[in-house]
Ligand binder design. Structure first.
Ligand SMILES: *Cc1c(COP(=O)(O)O)cnc(C)c1O
Length: 430
């Protein structure tokens, strides 16, 4: 198959994320990737602004991660986790217990982010069930959230973005408070927590847990909210004896300037989900961590936690993940993230003057230009590729979260392309 045949077959037969079979989006065939560059089959090179959806924090084709995969491949790529353990799983879990906030010490290794959210939700339900609280089967979350595409995770995604109306008979109904409206740097006011507080007060008897993305609402709008909101949520959960699940799948491993975003608020959850950057973008793996109290609670009177995927604790993925985290720890990553943040603030803020731009915001290595109207994604995508960068806008958002290893000039190429598109954006025809 030549390049064109490959693209033709793809368009005819293969689903891509969130796509149509009759009106497929154009795709670009990547032949290889190295550092911050994606190489297309037609020879062009693109600077990557997406880190393959938050994941490739050290860039592509990293020698240490490659060795971790190759060495593990020669020992064993997989072995069942029922009744068996191995060094990669233990090494990784030791790192996760050490790095995450203190009370988290029980680790469940799973296949993908959405699964880790399912696991977190099940942990909360099973905990209350074991306490004799069969009435606690509801969750409370906020609007504009994103937690994954499996049914349990979908049920706590934003009801409109998540198209809940399509699944009314199968999706459980949970409680939704207004999305946090206090921006990251904004002065706190109690009014910002009123709606959440009220929903909790009215329904706490039935609520097992609150689930939130800490500080950054990712796929639901790339919004950064006040750490004070998170502190108040923790206090209210404690007051009503409700568990707090934090979904750090997008924010974990340094992305926001802290190892985990909940550190901005100085709080810790009862259950935490991690994924995405866990293997540095090499392969799929996620984990759900919880406390001794929840672990013991689920297990009392002979209880067991009812989950066990076939590829649980996959050694290949665990070995890459453990190496990935060690790499991060050896690295002055805070400094790198800080430099990226400063540079993006300087360079992107120009866009606030543009007539089609609604807002410009930066947190850690996340840089966002929000437009007043949705972009035409196909056209915008092509304009970015023509400028030698890989940036994938969605809706009204043009955003990047580059690998931490990106150099100053490379980052400038990304921000320059963002400014050019934001100045004269191809808008969706309404
Ligand atoms: C991506 C994401 C998920 C889902 O992870 P998958 O690996 O795609 O299943 C869940 N929560 C958040 C916050 C995410 O960004």
């Amino acid at each position: 198959m030549d390049y064109q045949q490959l693209l033709d077959f793809d368009q005819e037969h293969i689903w891509h994320p969130y796509t149509s079979m009759t009106d497929p989006q154009p795709v670009y065939a990547v032949e290889s990737a190295s550092g911050v560059r994606l190489k297309l089959y037609d020879g062009r090179e693109l600077i990557d602004g997406m880190s393959s959806w938050w994941a490739a924090i050290h860039g592509y084709n990293h020698p240490d991660l490659n060795s971790a995969a190759k060495e593990q491949l020669d020992r064993m790529s997989h072995v069942m986790f029922g009744g068996i353990t191995h060094r990669p799983a233990v090494d990784l879990s030791e790192l996760l217990v050490r790095l995450t906030p203190n009370p988290l010490e029980k680790v469940f290794l799973c296949d993908a982010g959405s699964v880790s959210v399912e696991v977190g939700i099940k942990m909360a339900m099973q905990y209350w069930f074991a306490q004799g609280r069969k009435d606690k089967q509801k969750l409370l979350t906020v609007r504009s959230g994103y937690h994954g595409d499996t049914f349990g995770a979908m049920s706590v995604c934003d009801p409109i973005n998540g198209m809940h109306e399509m699944y009314t008979e199968v999706l459980p109904r949970h409680y939704f408070a207004e999305a946090p409206a206090c921006d990251f740097h904004e002065k706190w006011d109690e009014k910002y927590i009123q709606d959440f507080k009220q929903k909790l007060e009215q329904n706490h008897q039935n609520i097992a847990a609150v689930i939130l993305e800490p500080i950054v609402q990712g796929a639901g709008g790339m919004r950064f909210y006040s750490p004070e909101y998170l502190r108040r949520v923790r206090e209210l959960c404690d007051h009503y004896g409700i568990l707090l699940i934090l979904d750090e799948i997008a924010t974990g491993f340094g992305r926001t300037g802290r190892m985990f975003a909940c550190e901005h608020a100085g709080i810790s959850p009862d259950i935490m989900c991690v994924g995405k950057a866990l293997t540095g973008g090499y392969m799929t793996l996620a984990a759900t961590l919880t406390t001794r109290r929840i672990g013991d609670g689920i297990s009392q009177n002979g209880g067991v936690f009812m989950h066990g995927p076939t590829f649980m604790g996959n050694p290949l993925a665990c070995n890459v993940a453990a190496t990935n985290i060690s790499l991060l720890l050896q690295d002055p990553w805070q400094e790198k993230v800080q430099n990226i943040e400063t540079q993006m603030l300087e360079e992107l803020s120009l866009a606030s003057e543009y007539q089609d731009v609604y807002d410009v915001r930066v947190l850690g290595t996340i840089g966002v230009i929000e437009l007043k109207q949705p972009v035409d994604m196909k056209k915008a995508q092509k304009e970015f590729v023509d400028r030698g960068v890989w940036i994938r806008p969605f809706g009204r958002l043009i955003y990047i979260m580059p690998p931490y290893i990106i150099k100053r000039e490379e980052l400038s190429q990304l921000t320059t392309a963002m400014l050019e598109i934001a100045k004269n954006p191809p808008l969706q025809q309404s």
